[in-house]
Design a protein around this ligand. Sequence first.
Ligand code: SF4
Length: 307
Amino acid sequence: MRAKDTELMEDIRHLKQEKNVYIIAHYYQRGEVQEIADFVGDSYAMAIAARDSECKTILVAGVDFMAQSAAILCPDKTILSPETRATCPMANSIKVEDVVNYKQEHPEACVVSYVNTPAEIKAVSDICCTSSNAEKIIRQIPEERKIFFIPDQNLAQNVSHKLGRALDYFDSCCPTHARVTKPEILELKQKYPQAPVLVHPECSPEVVAIADYIGSTAGILQYTTNSDARSFIIGTECGIMHSIRKAAPDKELFLASEELICPNMKSITLGKILYSLEQGETVITVEESIRKRAVLALEKMIDYATR
Ligand code: SF4
């Protein structure tokens, strides 16, 4: 930890307490950002933490759709983003017309939107899901109903294979997880045969097919902590290594690819968080007519996920 970081962390802790701000961070954030957060989790847990916090101001250390989800679920709270340019290329790849056109052709279909989507897309979706609850959500949609899964084709194909149920899906994926390749995993497996391979379902189906465990970031963290294995091959964004090392310091971790870095997640720094707290910027809002429709899809997800 650099001396400058230690100073910034002290200033952030002091200011967030003084201003009563609750900081929530994603597992893919830099280690030092995770350290100053009041809550670290995956996108589902972040949304719930924002909703349940007693603080009136929530600072979201994550990409834009995460801050929007907090704004959608908590209209009475002030949602701050320390870096509004932190976005998700996959979330931005789908347009409202893509969903509207599909619905016109298939009016009976259920649009299941990965939480990695902008508010406008959630507003035209029937239900949201995350990587941790996608299977559970889809299981509750009647078999006879067609499903349009957006926007991650890898998650769609992996869930479809697991459930043995055909899904229509949008042709996009996470550029970070798409960098994990089968040859890289096979090479690591040969080098560390005792290490289970744990991958996120945003990885390609051919990578998922040779993994020992497929799960969300929270699932991967739990697996490494509870498993008797001493070493693991980790196939998700490198930020998760910080949380795993904290929870299970004696375990040995090998990242599946050196390319597993999301530049958008890493664009949030301690300096930007401090500035955001000092200035009360940037407040994230969602236009009310969109928010009212988007909240239905998010609340339906929470309902289905907790059944
Ligand atoms: S890791 Fe992938 S899905 Fe997550 S924010 Fe980055 S680009 Fe989007």
